[in-house]
Design a protein around this ligand. Structure first.
Ligand code: BGC
Length: 351
């Protein structure tokens, strides 16, 4: 019998089932209750610390539910990620969970999986122009808005200043969403001439060294004649701060981030990074694993939102995020057990 994937989309606003039922045909057979579910997890990279946490939490929750996870990481290489997915399909996974390196290129993976009757969940980053079954992530436009709002409010003269912008990887749809949210907040200030973007660029593959090069180039041109760096994540913030350190400017310029990586939290309490965005990965990974198991078993999945991926409105579960600063770090990432207090304040005199 063909694997049936049933996705019920519930509109939470209207509290009615608007209904979206997808049937995924193919060679896969329906699971009986005692069959072990096998999940294929294809990651873009394990470079940023967050993805190792995502993987560990996902595998743990899947294990608790009696499922097995086969993990592949593509090292930011599209061809490798396609072959990873091929491998996972050959290994007869029941469901595929993908963090795409290139959100457009991975539409191919969705087609391949569907041809084999395997449903696909995009994890954290959406897969564009495809018949994706489900998307689990955070509100990424909101992340961008929160970064920019923090920057605007905390410039030496609030609402006014000269800034450097570092975007993420052009191949990552999230990088565009972060920029979109930032643009929404900054636009009126830029239009009035109150905020001037003196330098901006995309950091290829979100690499720290690329972010550092962007800030090095900005410093060569403007020396310390700027107020803040709107870095899109903690990795790029790390590269930016490295460039500032070399010039003796670290701690004197506002720098944003995202992911609440341990090193970024340490920089926040030490005063070289101003803020980060905490995205509770436990919620994402736990939900992701639970939904994957449900899809694999052909059980109904309830999604309260949709996100258009250029082709369809994909049923989605988007989680909330929190701005983290020196003032609230104890009450947020530490209270939540994301990092221990000891780790965050290690090497810091002011505890
Ligand atoms: C994620 C960020 C991460 C970045 C680099 C984005 O898609 O949402 O959390 O820092 O990729 O890996």
């Amino acid at each position: 019998m063909k694997l049936r994937v049933l996705i019920v989309l519930v509109s939470c606003v209207l509290s009615v089932i608007t209904g979206l039922v997808l049937a995924r045909g193919g060679s896969a057979t329906e699971k009986s209750e005692d069959d072990t579910v096998v999940i294929g997890l294809s990651l873009d990279t394990l470079k940023e610390a967050r993805w190792q946490t995502d993987r560990d939490l996902f595998v743990k929750r899947a294990g608790e539910l009696g499922a097995k996870v086969l993990v592949q990481s593509a090292n930011s290489d599209d061809a490798r990620q396609v072959s990873d997915v091929e491998k996972l399909i050959t290994n007869q996974v029941d469901v595929l969970v993908v963090v795409p390196h290139d959100g457009t290129a991975m539409a191919k993976a969705v087609r391949m999986a569907h041809d084999a009757g395997v449903p696909v969940i995009a994890y954290d980053r959406i897969i564009r122009d495809s018949d994706l079954d489900l998307y689990v992530s955070f509100d990424n436009v909101r992340v961008g808005r929160m970064q920019a709002q923090y920057l605007v409010d905390h410039l030496p003269t609030p609402g006014k200043g000269r800034i450097i912008r570092i975007y993420g990887s052009k191949t990552d749809n999230n990088a565009k969403l972060f920029k979109q949210g930032q643009d929404e907040v900054l636009e009126p200030y830029i239009k009035r001439g109150d905020i001037e973007v003196i330098f901006e660029d995309w950091a290829e593959d979100w690499k720290q060294e690329n972010a550092k090069k962007i800030v090095n180039a900005a410093i060569t041109k403007y020396q310390d004649n700027f107020d803040a760096i709107l870095a899109s994540n903690d990795g790029t913030a790390g590269g930016a701060i490295q460039a500032l350190l070399e010039e003796g400017y670290a701690g004197k310029k506002l720098v944003t981030g995202q992911d609440a990586e341990l090193v970024a939290c340490q920089r926040i309490v030490q005063g070289t990074q101003s803020m980060t965005i905490y995205k509770p990965l436990k919620t994402l990974a736990t939900k992701g694993a639970e939904l994957a198991v449900k899809l694999a078993k052909g059980q109904p999945v309830v999604a309260t939102q949709t996100v258009n991926n250029g082709k369809i409105d994909v049923p989605a579960a988007l989680n909330d995020v929190i701005t983290v600063t020196r003032e609230n770090i104890d009450k947020t990432v530490i209270a939540d057990g994301f990092h221990s207090r000891e780790d965050v304040y290690r090497g810091t005199a002011a505890k």
